[in-house]
Design a protein around this ligand. Sequence first.
Ligand code: 3HC
Ligand code: NAI
Length: 647
Amino acid sequence: MSVVRIERDGDLAVVTVDNPPVNALSASVRQGLWDAAETLDADPGIRGVVLICAGRTFIAGADVTEFGKPPVPPHLPDLVNRIEAAAKPWIAAIHGSALGGGFEVALGCRVRVAAEGASVGLPEVNLGIVPGASGTVRTPRLAGVAAAVELITTGKPVKAAKAREMGLIDAIVPGDLRAGALAFARQALEAPLPAPVSVRPVTAPDEGFWTEARGRVAKAAKGAAAPLRALECIRKAAEAPLAEALAFERQTFLDLRGSDQSAALRAVFFAERAAPRPAHLKDVTPRPLTRVGVVGAGTMGAGIAAALRDAGLPVTLIERDAAALERGLHTLRGIFDGAVSRGRLTAEAAADRLAGVTGATDYAALAEADLVIEAVFEEIGVKRAVFAELARACRPDAVLATNTSYLDPRAIAEGLPNPDRFIGLHFFSPANVMKLLEIVPTPDTSPETLATGFALARMLGKVPVQAGICEGFIGNRILKRMRAAAEALVREGVPIAEVDAAMRDYGFAMGPFEAQDLGGLDIAYLQREGARAAGRTVPETLGDILVRAGRKGQKTGGGWYDYAPGSRAPMASAAVAKLLAPLIAGKVALDRPAIADRLIAEMAAEGDTILAEGIAATPADIDLVEIHGYGFPRWRGGPMFATGRRG
Ligand code: 3HC
Ligand code: NAI
């Protein structure tokens, strides 16, 4: 069947794009639309054209798989111009998402209508490029420069109602979109139509606007190049003649399409889409998940419960006594209240989320749970006792999961009846925010249980990565190596603040020492002490020295840095300098890029070992772990991509 088909409805034509899964603008779709414009222009019985899509969405953009291949005509900018120049006006009827090139095609239409649930956007910056088919030139002419800046530099799509307010679409059509769009078109054709978007005037803002916008966009971009380049394109569109602006946009698009950042962001895009559905579980049906339990309502348990509630799952929360339960529910309330005060959730929705949580201290409340996630203290004895209770209280087919960070899941599951239903589900803090979920099967875990872990990740909107069993799994193991390398630099004489600054310059929100001060140095310290107590040789770290001196991080007023009371701003610490002085070799001059290169190289080298041991399946998995669990700059693609390990 053809990817573009034409039907007639009286004196209107309906052009349908049908190119699953997301109607991307492949060469055949572009050609099909071009041919449709030619055919319908030549048809005297047709007055107007409704452009609509089959399947789950309107055109979701250029076909990203074609990037990097020689371009095939008709080119998208020419197609958008062709549609705009059609003798018979085109009306876009949008459902699902009109994104990137898809929205640019809609911009070539004379009128845009959308279904209630639809959204529109220009997300190109997320792929390291700018819109390449007039998005930066037509959007300001349609909706004004400020709206264009917001839409294009953030890459965030907007819902139909907001799009209508911004002037990006002309109307929202309730009910059947095709019928509604045809009716709208018939009525619209009775009066003079709005001018084609490209000939509409645009008002150029003053210098102050651009200065403010540049500052804001640069701050949000955190080193990504595309948002600022997009801003330059919009400025050109506001100040230069149309043809010049179009040429400028096209050149910027082509430059960026060939850039390292765009290659990295495309690799991440495809890795993220592959992650939730691994090939080896293709034929495995997960267990249904309708009721979930969480044991332990501390930092992680409360966060996990919030994530489950955000996905609409009813949650039973178990604590060891009434007081701990009350604290846990208080934490949970705090999470939802925070979302309300940030405008992310209405007060009613927050109340509903909380109402879906049943607190209990008796495991009998878990009798009907399909899945229980344990998040109690990181102590093997405590965890084993919890699983013994779960084995008694839960259905024999209930999936039982541990959120342990460092313990061996096999040891936790020892003696558990039906160990095929046991699995590690390693969430990251804050669990309702962080996207990463490491999924850790034991040798006994059944494929159904594993598939259920991935199904849960999909329900929660997480990025799942399967990890093998080793200390720290994928992410914390790499973190440990990176921190050791950072300490090694300090021992060589690189100032602590320089290491942090180098990683910030590289694109992390925080350097490794600042991050430890925020999270607390004591957790890793206690883990090392535990290993020492168990007879293992664990060399003393600089962090150990600080913790022994009472410096556990911000919570004790200082760690690697000093903090003024009530402030989170790190200040170089004379006390730390004195404590560590005997261990510091001298002063070395390493510039920041060299510092960052060294730490990234260490991360990638640990990644190699992890791959060689089969702990991670692919370099892409390691990159996803770093990006979604540890703040690795997305536009660098992850440590494996950045060091050329993914080609
Ligand atoms: N090109 C090629 N393949 C694409 C694609 C695209 N633009 N967008 C999505 N796909 C593929 C995915 O890789 C996935 O493939 P798979 O099934 O083989 O894994 C499949 O379509 C379904 O994608 P999702 O799993 O993401 O489906 P959802 O229903 O969850 O989401 C979506 C749909 C909102 C459209 C989402 O896929 C999306 O955001 N896509 C990217 C949109 C985008 O970035 N568009 C701009 C492209 S650049 C451009 O247009 C340049 C122009 O200005 C010149
Ligand atoms: P926490 O100390 O904040 O919370 C633990 C909770 O478990 C407490 O509320 C405690 O009352 C409860 N608890 C203890 N024994 C219990 C029992 N027998 N029955 C019911 N509840 C019990 O600890 P946190 O940080 O939430 O960690 C929990 C687990 O998650 C640990 O295994 C930890 O390694 C892991 N983890 C922690 C991360 C973090 O950043 N804090 C990240 C990822 C995993």
